[in-house]
Design a protein around this ligand. Structure first.
Ligand SMILES: [Zn+2]
Length: 259
């Protein structure tokens, strides 16, 4: 059994904390803030056993020096020499054992060029995807370093994973993402149900993450660029250069950037 629980950081980051049922070794994902991690581990009686990094942004890596000063542990992450603290550099197709679980590495450039995702199938529970700032609950990361075709290709790799995969992204952006999704697909009933459900979670001060890949496929406009409803809405808005998926994706992303 793998337990994945959030350590909130900054205003809307989640640093995911991975443990095996009942054990005290903890691996944290994208620690932007060392103090938030150390306080949470101490409170939960856990000890740091490793760090997973998805990409170079400082709100995902800024806690590395503080954590490594506390305890020398392996740091798994992308082949980006700028992140000097990484001890095990991983590329797409690699497999790495973390907490006794086999994780496969998926290259997902677009938000940044170095972005990777970690995916594991675990006996007795749904598969787990650690996707940083690539796929969000109800949205996707901004395309800072790549281009729309690259980002869409990365999202398609994630969309092809098993439908029951739990999607652990790095930010609580869900309600803003879903408000935008509703502008793109006002008649999507699954989306309206999700907005009501997730608003209830936020009202109770609970995370909306993880979501599931099947829910994303039904409600996330960035995974729905081949749906007639999205294509026609983008056409109505006069936003797309064409009806092909890359043009539609670029139009949806551009619309969201200014929403
Ligand atoms: Zn980022």
């Amino acid at each position: 059994m793998l337990d994945v629980t959030p350590i909130p950081a900054f205003s809307d980051n989640y640093i995911w904390c991975l443990t095996r049922g009942g054990e005290t070794d903890a691996v944290v994902v994208d620690p932007g803030d060392a103090n938030a991690v150390l306080a949470a581990l101490s409170e939960r009686g856990l000890q740091l056993a490793g760090v997973i990094i998805t990409h170079h942004h400082f709100d995902h890596t800024g806690g590395l020096d503080g954590l490594l000063a506390h305890r020398q542990v392996p740091v798994w992450g992308p082949v980006n020499p700028a992140i000097t603290q990484i001890s095990e550099r991983l590329v797409g197709g690699d497999h790495v054992e973390i907490l006794g679980i086999d994780w496969s590495i998926i290259e997902v450039p677009g938000h940044t060029l170095d972005h990777i995702a970690f995916f594991a199938e675990i006996e007795g529970q749904p598969p787990c995807l650690l996707c940083g700032d690539t796929l969000f609950a109800g949205g996707c990361g901004r395309v800072f370093e790549g281009d729309p075709a690259m980002m869409l290709d990365s999202l398609r790799k994630l969309a092809a994973l098993p439908a029951d995969t739990q999607v652990f992204c790095a930010h609580e952006y869900t309600m803003a993402n879903l408000a935008f999704a509703a502008a793109v697909e006002p008649d999507n009933a699954a989306l309206q149900a999700r907005i009501a459900h997730d608003q209830g979670l936020r009202d109770a001060n609970r995370p909306t993450v993880p979501s599931t890949l099947s829910l994303e496929l039904d409600t996330n406009p960035f995974l729905r660029c081949e749906q007639a409803s999205v294509i026609s809405r983008i056409r109505e808005e006069n936003r797309a250069q064409g009806d092909d998926p890359v043009s539609v994706f670029a139009a949806v992303r551009g619309w969201k950037d200014n929403f």
